[in-house]
Design a binder for this molecule. Structure first.
Ligand SMILES: Nc1nc2c(ncn2[C@@H]2O[C@H](COP(=O)(O)OP(=O)(O)OP(=O)(O)O)[C@@H](O)[C@H]2O)c(=O)[nH]1
Length: 404
């Protein structure tokens, strides 16, 4: 990830951010507190904004001026959770599964626990034939009712049901396959033809893993590896409809596309703010309001541009028996990381934001915060998206800012 300006590299000088095995590795070297950085003469001389002019700074006992500010990042907390030898000790287990009817169809929400963090990562599963091995595996001393309550039942529950393997309702699992499911074997609909496709395409590089429009045919549903989205939590975009990013739209679109096919998975990872958490993301928003882009704002807060990793997602997919996939993403880093974990991505399906679908942006909305956010993803985070023609003629926000 290249630094874009002298100031950015100065702020980041306490960090080495370099990719190792597709992972970003971060090492801190005595990172000075943020207030020192903001008030230190050199970077601030480069700033036009009066908000960041140097002012007298007496050494404070606390590293931050705000009482509630979390302490400055230390070496330990700056290091991303993943290590180059990933996955050896990571395990995930589906704790509970439940059916959710939605306005556009039905899904099964799977809640996972893992031995690395205490977050409730989720798999949103469409289609009855995708089953969690860890959920279906029998547990010591559990009763039939225990199995039902944690969601390890087959078919649909009905009032008064007493057994977890009583087949009921209409779904894709034939009666004869119930035993398969109960034995922990997720049903495999991949046929030989498909395997061939996988072998033939496995040498494609990430950028070339493109893309055919999704067609809604029943043969596709039966033969194709499932459509998958690995989505990172975004409270602002998904819950309060922030227009700073396209996260809410992406989640909705992924649900629509997968529901249209009738089969697939959204792994919903609790790595808010590209892994820095909501509080830090909100601080980053304030820096963005001062004119910094998303990457620079992270660096100013002593974070790497993207702190996420996807090994919990790959473990969840493996648990669901979904190891060959068609992935909804524009992010090549995501593809590289999950392929390193032995998930085969045979097709990348781009997620083109609505605002950019026509190849040019509505003149009135041009230059919006969303445009800037998307543009930075393309220009600084390698995202595989075409910038609309009329935006290409504009300078990006960050370069304009630094020029002033
Ligand atoms: N630090 C930070 N995180 C943000 C910001 N805006 C959105 N996010 C987070 O970014 C994550 C989504 O990442 P994106 O880069 O938009 O998309 P992606 O998942 O990498 O790529 P796609 O698969 O193509 O969608 C979510 O965790 C959001 O909370 C921001 O301004 N700063």
């Amino acid at each position: 990830m290249g630094y874009q300006s002298v100031e950015e590299s100065l702020f980041a000088q306490s960090l080495d951010v370099s990719p190792i095995n597709g992972q970003i590795s971060v090492t801190a070297h005595q990172a000075p507190p943020l207030n020192t950085l903001i008030h230190s003469p050199h970077p601030s001389q480069l700033l036009s904004s009066s908000h960041l002019q140097p002012r007298k700074c007496t050494p404070a006992k606390k590293p931050y001026s705000t009482q509630n500010r979390t302490p400055l990042r230390t070496l330990e907390t700056l290091t991303p959770p993943a290590t180059p030898t990933r996955n050896t000790s990571l395990t995930v287990e589906c704790q509970v599964r439940a059916r959710l009817p939605t306005s556009t169809g039905e899904l099964f929400l799977h809640l996972y626990k893992n031995n690395r963090d205490s977050k409730e990562h989720l798999a949103i599963v469409f289609g009855d034939d995708i089953r969690s091995k860890s959920l279906d595996a029998p547990r010591p001393r559990e009763s039939e009712m225990d199995r039902i309550v944690r969601g390890a039942y087959v078919g649909r529950l009905r009032p008064g049901q007493k057994r977890s393997n009583e087949y009921s309702g209409s779904n894709n699992i034939e009666k004869g396959n119930v035993n398969n499911v109960l034995n922990g074997n997720a049903l495999n609909t991949t046929n030989d033809t498909n395997t061939e496709t996988v072998l033939n395409t496995s040498t494609l590089n990430t950028a070339n893993k493109i893309t055919t429009p999704i067609t809604n045919t029943s043969s596709l549903q039966l033969c194709s590896p499932p459509l998958v989205r690995i989505h990172s939590e975004c409270f602002t975009g998904e819950t309060v409809n922030s227009a700073r990013c396209d996260c809410g739209e992406q989640l909705q679109e992924a649900m629509r596309l997968i529901q249209q096919e009738g089969r697939g998975v959204i792994v919903y990872l609790r790595q808010e703010g590209r892994g820095i958490g909501l509080a830090e993301k909100l601080r980053a928003y304030n820096l963005q309001d001062l004119g910094h882009d998303t990457v620079t704002a992270n660096i100013l807060l002593h974070h790497p541009p993207d702190l996420r990793n996807y090994d919990i997602a790959t473990q969840i997919l493996s648990d669901l028996g979904v190891t060959t996939i068609r992935l909804l993403t524009n992010n090549p880093d995501k593809i590289e990381q999950i392929e390193a974990d032995e998930i085969k991505v045979i097709q990348r399906i781009p997620m083109v934001p609505k605002a950019w679908r026509e190849g040019k942006v509505d003149q009135e909305k041009q230059g919006s915060e969303l445009d800037n956010y998307l543009r930075v993803k393309v220009e600084r985070m390698r995202h595989l998206l075409d910038i609309p023609g009329n935006l290409l003629t504009q300078e990006s926000v960050s370069s304009t800012f630094w020029r002033n």
